[in-house]
Design a protein around this ligand. Sequence first.
Ligand code: UFG
Length: 330
Amino acid sequence: MKVLVTGGCGYIGSHTVRALVNSGHDVLVLDNLVNGHRRAIDENVGFVAGDLEDRTLLAELFEAEKFDAVVHFAAFIEVGESVIDPLKFYQNNISNTLNLLQAMQTYGVKKMVFSSTCAVYGTPDTMPLTEELPCNPVSPYARAKYAIEWALEDCNTAWELGYTALRYFNAAGAASDGKIGEDHSPESHLIPIVLQVALGQREQVKIFGTDYDTPDGSCLRDYIHVEDLADAHVKALEVLAPGQKRIYNAGTGTPTSVRELIEVARKVTGHAIPAVEEGRRAGDVPELYANASKIRDDLGWQPRYAKLEDIVASAWKWHQAHPKGYDDRR
Ligand code: UFG
């Protein structure tokens, strides 16, 4: 398939680009490189530096390339920033996505795999999460993602857009060959921060919240290896047909606490990784983990990384080889 991948230079996007190419698809990446890294995708993969805000560029690309499908990652991802600057998120994550959908409608492209998030569920009181639970997103980030889920449904009704929304849990780890990995700036995610402590780049990791109603008082999350997540995109794309609508939790179903994760990282790295207890981080939900049976049953998807040790080890391999991430000048 000829596939447009927006945001293909980001963390999950770049691993998915590799998986698509390895499955024989012809990929063109569109990325504005605001947060993405050109070096995260192979030189041989088609690449256009540009923004979804640019409707002329979109028209030119759709006219010239005759895409069969779109995998849409391009978005801002920092939940905290979205609370401070909601319009930035509504502009990029909603308005610019509407430009993309408009181009798809105009040029008759009727397949999209969309990056949604488990944050659309809000603060649910039942766990694990199934796709049928009511959504009640609380941050502008999550509300923008949920708004696009509605837009996709309406486009499905109106012009037979086929779509799969993957509600990501916590993407983690790095490519098994160590060539690409996670590099955000500034970094806010737990695993890279813990590994930066192991590398001596930070003195300690802060455990945000130790008084939650969870087994050890710290938050529970569902860590899914980024290559397994990439594989879910490929499988979702390959079975998708115009007119279909699918929503899947993309997680493993295994909850891990912040304390457990730090302990695993100590074992994997052999470093002490000092940790200090801090107050709760604004906006954090005590627990988020998936019932992932729908994606397994429908797509035949199975995570290859079943053990957290292996997920953290793959991230450690990347961080050791690239202590400054993609940018050696940093
Ligand atoms: N945490 C710490 N210390 C840190 C960083 C994180 O204790 O230094 C904790 C957080 O409080 C949370 C857990 O580790 O309990 C995981 O935090 P992350 O920031 O790694 O991930 P989140 O679950 O907050 O975020 C995930 C994705 C985001 C996405 C968000 C939507 O990684 O990209 O879900 O809810 F936006």
